[in-house]
Design a protein around this ligand. Structure first.
Ligand SMILES: [Zn+2]
Length: 476
């Protein structure tokens, strides 16, 4: 990946954490191993982060990737380039040629050369087989880790949300590999006619933007797996001195314009988190979790887990079945005969009488005591929700409370959901960044706006230059 930083605490980045760890290389395996590992992980990326669906922007990113690939010696894989919706500014490569650029990275960049240098860095990680080993450290090692027949069934139904944080694939590389990706990446970028110096500019701006986001300065640490940005820049300079720079024009001159309207921040369609509340405009659903619970969203799923990790609940839309009864009956049919005595079917009614659903209740004794699992299918707004919960006996009332209190969003809540997007605007004569910001109703704090535009607020900008601002619009 291009940057490896802990970004906790920054509001936009909610519960994102980037894990940096050293993993071994896959050189003893043949390249089919990379392809298989990459394909599986790419599927997980699609499930947990989603793919940003904008054909024109994706086509542009792919054309940059392909221009680089035309100059790659010993190309091992069929490469695939995608944008993923994430507030975190980053890019990452999976084994087997799967390259991802986050939507959060785009506003930080100033030119196609910068994006090309970053994609080149990622191509080298993948092509040189700097294996990324998936982090499998779930946030719920407690109950879900207990083996058992019933729990196994429920575990499958909980899906991947607790198995790995959404950022699983961004395990880091060793310093050695980072340097190799930087050095060979700039060589590849220059071979393809891009200015290799753009990598330094991009890295420096990304580091600066992240420092502004997180409010803490990058530290030079001997123990960090990731090289310190100024050290990287020095090494890149050394490499650049040795490559022949013959830049050819970019595919698109106006970089920011190509990404006009790109999502900034997380995609509200999957739900937004406000304290202990999740508001999901797609499902028209309001969920309120107890005070100390951790909550998480991934495309199509919302979840909460108690701090003691003795209760967890996942909400998703049931897409396989149309009605609760059929879904519940099919579920029961699939439970092995020797477990049927632990399964009960019931009817659940919302206390306000707004909905009635089918409930499957299961219990299992484990060495940790009795564990309860529930699967509920409940009609909600012409849709069917599937709610899966697991807990100790003590937490059953709390879980029921969460389900009893779920409801549709009211008008005020709906209108409080915004999506933010980047827009490129052209300066008029004598305008400063500050003036552009107020003219366009920019939502980004000035220090960040300065960082992403390489400019100071009072500085008068060249007429007709492109400035990136962040605007918001009500979600639907
Ligand atoms: Zn990297």
């Amino acid at each position: 990946m291009i940057l490896c930083k802990k970004l906790g605490g920054f509001k936009l980045l909610a519960f994102l954490l980037v894990f940096c760890l050293y993993v071994g290389e896959a050189s003893s395996q043949n390249i089919e191993y990379d392809k298989k590992l990459g394909k599986e992980n790419a599927q997980t990326v699609k499930e947990q982060m989603g793919i940003y669906n904008n054909p024109a922007m994706t086509a542009y990113v792919r054309s940059i990737g392909n221009r680089l690939l035309n100059h790659l010696d010993n190309k091992l894989f069929d490469y695939e380039f995608n944008l993923v919706p994430s507030a975190e500014p980053n890019a990452f490569a999976l084994p087997g040629g799967y390259i991802f650029v986050t939507t959060g990275l785009i506003p930080i960049l100033q030119s196609e050369d910068e994006l090309a240098c970053i994609i080149a860095h990622e191509i080298i990680h993948s092509n040189n087989r700097h294996s990324v080993k998936q982090m499998r450290k779930g946030i719920l090692p407690g109950l879900l880790a207990i083996p058992g027949a019933i729990l196994g069934i429920v575990n499958d139904n909980l899906g991947s949300i607790f198995q790995a944080p959404s950022h699983l694939m961004v395990a880091g590389y060793s310093r050695k590999y980072e340097t190799e990706a930087d050095v060979e990446g700039v060589a590849l970028a220059s071979a393809a006619g891009y200015d290799p110096n753009a990598l330094k500019a991009a890295l420096t701006r990304m580091t600066k933007a992240i420092e502004v986001y997180t409010g803490s300065e990058e530290e030079k640490s001997y123990f960090s797996d990731h090289p310190y940005t100024p050290d990287r820049v020095t090494k890149i300079d050394k490499e650049i001195a040795e490559v022949e720079i013959k830049t050819t024009p970019p595919i698109q001159e106006q970089f920011a314009k190509q990404f006009n309207g790109i999502l900034f921040g997380n995609d509200p369609k999957y739900g937004v988190i406000d304290g202990q509340i999740i508001m999901n405009p797609t499902l028209n659903l309001y969920l309120n979790f107890p005070k100390d619970w951790s909550i998480a969203i991934e495309p199509g799923r919302m979840a909460g887990v108690s701090s003691a990790q003795d209760a967890a609940i996942v909400f998703a839309e049931e897409v396989e079945f149309k009605d609760a009864e059929t879904a519940a009956n099919t579920f029961i049919k699939n439970i092995p005969p020797n477990q049927q005595q632990n399964v009960m079917k019931d009817v659940y009614k919302k206390p306000d009488g707004s909905a009635t659903g089918s409930l499957i209740a299961m219990k299992e004794s484990t060495k940790e005591g009795l564990v309860f699992a529930h699967v509920l299918w409940l009609p909600h707004q012409n849709k069917l929700l599937k709610i899966v919960a697991i807990s100790t006996k003590e937490q059953l009332t709390t879980l029921k409370g969460i389900v009893d209190n779920m409801r549709t969003l009211n008008a005020k809540e709906k209108s409080s959901i915004y999506s933010r997007y980047m827009t490129a605007v052209q300066t008029t004569d004598g305008e400063s960044l500050k003036q552009v910001s107020s003219r366009t109703d920019n939502q980004l704090p000035m220090n960040l706006l300065e960082a992403i535009n390489d400019s100071k607020e009072a500085e008068v900008l060249e007429k007709n230059s492109w400035v990136k601002v962040i605007k918001k619009k009500a979600y639907k």
